[in-house]
Design a protein around this ligand. Sequence first.
Ligand SMILES: [Zn+2]
Length: 175
Amino acid sequence: MRTQVFTLTLAMVAVIGCSKSDLQTDDTSIESSEPIVMDEMPPMMDMGGHPEHGPHGGELVELGKEAFHIEMLHGTGAVAMYVLDGSATKPVAIEADKLTVSLKHDGEVKSFELPADPQAEDESGKSSRFTSTEVEMDQWMEAGAEGAVILQINGKSFTGKITHDHDHGHEGHSH
Ligand SMILES: [Zn+2]
């Protein structure tokens, strides 16, 4: 299998000069210090995976097995969470009127609520964006607080784990 991928990649380089393949063809061109997993598609490619950050540049939280994502934005005195699809590119409007987020910081645990803040394209009565202007929540997020957000999408309950693993935003990923 690996040999086949290599052969195919090299063939692609030879035929169309695909520059994306440079990262995995040889030991001389590896730029990242992260080990490159050859059994999966390279992370740079947009097929089968998704970018490390959401469309607004925020950190991504996995919901279910890549069923949905939440993109988190903070650091502006407010916290915004966008519900995204499995590819982490398209907004998904849900019926919830708020999201509840539990965070832990310095041994203290607290729940924060983010009321629905629908985007222009959201179906009426639904929202794909939830925002909180609670300064304390923003400060906790900025300080690297970890926790969980629980939400219902199409009648199904999902729990998203909030972490701040900047070294590798998609640890434990299957894709
Ligand atoms: Zn993902």
